[in-house]
Write a protein that binds this ligand. Structure first.
Ligand SMILES: Nc1ncnc2c1ncn2[C@@H]1O[C@H](COP(=O)(O)OP(=O)(O)OP(=O)(O)O)[C@@H](O)[C@H]1O
Ligand SMILES: [Mg+2]
Length: 272
């Protein structure tokens, strides 16, 4: 039994235990990320209790769940910032839970990551923050870097704030700069922790458009944690709802929105 709470474990579309990981087509080499049986506890607190997820190339998976259910922890495990207690994480077919630092760093370069609180470098300007991964991981000239930074910042509507320091821009603007930085190396995978939190509705929709564009034009596979149901509706190919350490429901937005399950219905009502 994979789930501690079988009573609330279900799939929106199908009955039975038809999880993505068990679908041989999805679990093929084409999958961008395959997570199996992930467990993570802190002391006596079990945060993740056997999570299975597969994200294909070009697919956007949205993760919903109440505060403290382990959404951010899940993303941190995938980029290898923390290790799960047990379970497997394969990124482009490569197991990262047992990989050495060098291998993890190599895989990490293929992943763009936006932390929940943007996590910009305080002592670097907006421009320098976005240029940082380019400086570190590419052989671009200063001029090329400048052009690329300009382009990335324009993509998030921040091209006029180049010289400002993170402390001198708003939280929402920091988030947008973080997003530009996450995309600097043209990653095949994007892990975004609440990209639209704290943003006005117009900017939020622009961020959604950007995520959709990356998916369409570059086949980017994304996991997006959000509390923004409109954003989920717009960008998600599939949604997974985390609750008490388990993925309790998986399906499209419409499938979840239509669900009679009390918890799911309340979740959708409460946040919408
Ligand atoms: N390094 C850590 N040490 C101890 N406990 C931790 C650590 N990281 C996370 N936790 C705990 O794990 C749980 C899940 O945290 P997480 O940040 O993943 O929640 P979340 O689902 O992202 O919530 P929110 O929607 O508020 O961002 C919380 O109870 C948190 O206190
Ligand atoms: Mg979080």
């Amino acid at each position: 039994m994979m789930h501690a709470n079988p009573d609330v474990t279900m799939r929106a579309t199908e009955t039975g235990d038809n999880h993505a990981m068990k679908d041989p087509e999805r679990d093929s080499a084409g999958a961008a990320m395959v997570l199996q049986g992930l467990h993570k506890s802190y002391g006596a607190q079990t945060v993740l209790n056997g999570i299975d997820l597969t994200v294909s190339k070009g697919e956007t998976l949205v993760v919903l769940g109440r505060s403290g259910t382990g959404k951010s922890v899940l993303l941190k495990l995938i980029i290898g910032l923390q290790k799960p207690d047990s379970g497997s994480i394969r990124v482009h077919g490569e197991e990262i839970t047992s990989a050495n630092m060098e291998a993890v760093n190599k895989i990490r370069k293929t992943m763009g990551f936006l932390f929940q609180h943007a996590a910009l470098y305080d002592s670097l300007s907006v421009e320098e923050n976005v240029a940082f991964p380019l400086r570190r991981h590419t052989t671009m000239s200063a001029a090329q870097r400048g052009d690329r930074v300009q382009e990335l910042l324009a993509g998030v509507g921040m091209e006029r704030e180049l010289k400002k320091m993170p402390s001198d821009i708003s939280g929402g603007m920091q988030k947008r700069v973080g997003l530009a930085r996450a995309m600097a190396l043209e990653p095949g995978i994007l892990l975004l922790d609440e990209p639209t939190a704290g943003l006005d509705p117009i900017t939020s929709r622009e961020i959604d458009e950007l995520i959709l564009k990356l998916q369409e034009e570059r086949d980017v596979a994304s996991i997006v944690v959000t509390h923004d149901l409109l954003s989920a509706k717009l960008i998600a190919d599939r949604i997974v709802l985390l609750h008490q350490g388990n993925a309790v429901m998986e399906g499209t937005f419409d499938e979840l929105a239509r669900s009679d399950d009390k918890f799911v219905a309340e979740f959708f009502k409460r946040d919408s």
